[in-house]
Design a protein around this ligand. Structure first.
Ligand code: NAP
Length: 309
């Protein structure tokens, strides 16, 4: 059976080696050396060009390289009768929790202010704030959001969350649905976005929603750039409404040289590396789903086309 690999975000040859090691019988083909398109039955893809997946008439499985599938779903010609599956990986989840924890603690312990003081050789005592006085809000309580919330609650922060459905996670007050979004936002001293990018969540961090946060709130976006209306975020930072933002993901990646985020004193930019898929770690679960497809067994980690995640 032939499996197509398409990615520009990873080293395709490294992934092909992993797949061949795990499943020597699979005929792994690296785009653009696709061969006869009729022979491709599975495709493992990251940000595939529109029209690519439609060109394989016998495709039976589309597997994402990562946890997010928005770039695959954005293809208007996507063959939606073909099941789409994604990655859920313990190491990736731990990496995201580390990222969230790092930047929440940076904000909480006023690290940026102290670094600025150090540059001025200024020995300045900053009044401490108790973790219990900070409310950390997580938008998106799936695999990544729940893991981050559980870790943060161990530090004594107050945790609130927002998702589509109501959640019962120890130590976390759950808000759900559009009708409770504003009540959730009014509480958040730190707002962390771990939502999938869908038509409902695109642009959710906007002038309106930012204005509902308490003054001095901090933003962490490790989900997708499309969640943030960049001009609105810049306005909220420049008008002293927000104290800062850590951004891992952007509308346009890589971030262009003259983008104001690069040099903004209140913005920390990271290059979409909060939590990566690593070939040796993730290839086994992809091969497992290809086997399930071959054997007609239920697929794991399947995306619901109607929800968009
Ligand atoms: P997931 O398990 O699918 O969880 C998604 C969560 O978002 C769920 O709690 C869901 O609510 C909620 N949600 C979806 N649509 C919503 C809406 N309209 N209103 C309110 N809540 C909504 O996803 P995940 O695995 O945690 O990953 C989340 C995202 O992180 C991915 O989609 C990807 O874009 C991003 N990501 C980024 C990196 C990076 O390196 N920066 C790495 C991995 C993933 P329900 O629980 O009620 O369904």
């Amino acid at each position: 059976m032939a499996v197509l690999i398409y990615t520009k975000a990873h080293d395709p040859a490294e992934w092909a080696d992993e797949f061949r090691k795990l499943a020597p019988d699979l005929d792994i083909r690296l785009h653009p050396n696709t061969g006869n398109p009729n022979e491709i039955e599975a495709a493992v893809v990251a940000k595939p060009p529109h029209g690519l997946l439609k060109s394989f008439p016998n495709l039976k499985l589309i597997h994402a390289f990562g946890a997010g599938v928005d770039a695959i779903l954005a293809d208007p010609t996507l063959p939606r009768h073909v099941p789409l599956t994604r990655v859920i990986d313990d190491r990736l989840t731990v990496a995201m929790t580390e990222y969230v924890l790092l930047h929440v603690l940076r904000f909480h312990r006023q690290v940026d202010a102290m670094a600025a003081n150090q540059r001025n050789k200024s020995w300045k005592w900053l009044p401490p704030v108790d973790a219990a006085e900070r409310v950390i809000g997580i938008m998106g309580m799936g695999t990544l959001g729940v893991a981050a919330a559980q870790k943060l609650s161990q530090f004594g922060f107050q945790l609130v969350s927002w998702s589509r459905s109501l959640k019962a996670v120890d130590g976390v007050t759950s808000f759900h649905g559009e009708e409770h979004l504003d009540s959730f936002l009014r509480l958040c001293n730190v707002l962390i976005c771990l939502l999938p990018l869908t038509p409902q969540t695109r642009g959710i961090i906007s002038r309106r929603t930012l204005s509902l946060l308490p003054r001095g709130a901090y933003i962490i976006n490790a989900a997708r750039g499309g969640h943030v209306v960049e001009a609105d975020l810049l306005h909220a930072l420049d008008s002293e409404w927000l104290s800062g933002a850590t951004l891992d993901v952007f509308d346009e990646e890589p971030l262009r040289d003259n983008h104001p985020f690069w040099t903004h004193p209140k913005v920390t930019v990271t290059p979409h590396n909060a939590a990566d898929s690593i070939a040796a770690q993730v290839a086994p679960q992809i091969v497992d789903n290809i086997r399930r497809m071959q054997q007609g067994q239920p697929l794991l980690r399947q995306v619901d086309y109607s929800r968009g995640y």
